[in-house]
Design a protein around this ligand. Structure first.
Ligand SMILES: [Zn+2]
Length: 244
């Protein structure tokens, strides 16, 4: 049992007992953290709204035998503009839900934490759109060490946008026109180059493209994530890629 300080981003919370709430956070040092915020559901809670989802906080935690308890909270970044924009809130919620699915309790998760922080900052600064979400999901797989092959054939390593026209979820990315991977589906013209651009471009640069290419990209990224984490992504109200 010990008292320690940590920072985190609140992913979600749920009621606990009569007036308490369990807060689920991602911390760079401890991965997923579940902690009790005592009395947080009372009108005069000393925590106020500081433990709302999508808030970047600094906190003191008391580690008990089973659960940690939040003893102090200071807000580092409340993301106020993001909260006023329904599209941004939906995208931020989908990002947090995706991270919630993959972050592991007790395992350091610096890259995932930074990715979510960058995603929230991008939304706060007015970035958005399906291409932002697609880029986020591709980067999330990279942070987990499971990035899809997007610049070379996942089987033979051949490069070149013009020969990489098929994608396989099980095979881990793009396949060339020579390698035969069962279950690979053909991508629409230009999607190969678009995907590798999405994986590399900074999240802050997306200005909200919801065109057909972005719809296909986010559908494919979503299916890739769901296939590899063996779970559905909640809160991601986007369609799936066609023809697969
Ligand atoms: Zn090949």
């Amino acid at each position: 049992m010990s008292l320690h300080s940590d920072q985190g981003i609140v992913l979600r919370g749920y009621p606990f007992g009569e007036a308490d709430r369990i807060v689920v956070l991602i911390s760079p040092n401890q991965g997923k953290v579940r902690a009790v915020a005592k009395g947080v559901r009372r009108t005069k809670s000393r925590f106020g709204g500081r433990l709302e989802p999508l808030t970047h906080v600094d906190m003191m935690l008391y580690q008990g035998r089973n659960l940690a308890t939040v003893t102090q909270v200071a807000v580092i970044e409340p993301f106020p503009h993001l909260r006023l924009d329904l599209d941004a809130v939906v995208t931020a919620g989908a990002m947090a839900a995706a991270v919630d699915k993959v972050v592991v309790e007790g395992e350091p998760s610096h890259r995932l934490f930074l990715l979510l922080l960058r995603g929230l900052h991008a939304l706060e600064d007015g970035a958005g759109g399906m291409d932002l979400m697609a880029s986020f999901l591709l980067k999330m797989m990279d942070a987990l060490g499971q990035a899809p092959a997007l610049r070379h054939c996942a089987s033979c390593g051949r490069r070149g946008v013009e020969v990489l026209d098929r994608f396989s979820l099980a095979g881990g990315g793009l396949f060339c026109d020579v390698c035969d991977m069962g279950g690979a589906f053909r991508l629409r013209n230009g999607l190969t180059a678009y995907l590798s651009w999405l994986a590399a471009a900074p999240l802050s640069g997306f200005t909200g493209s919801d065109g057909e290419m972005a719809v296909d990209a986010v559908g494919l990224a979503r299916r890739f994530v769901e296939y590899h984490i063996e779970s559905g992504l909640a809160g991601l109200a986007y369609g799936s890629v066609s023809g697969g």
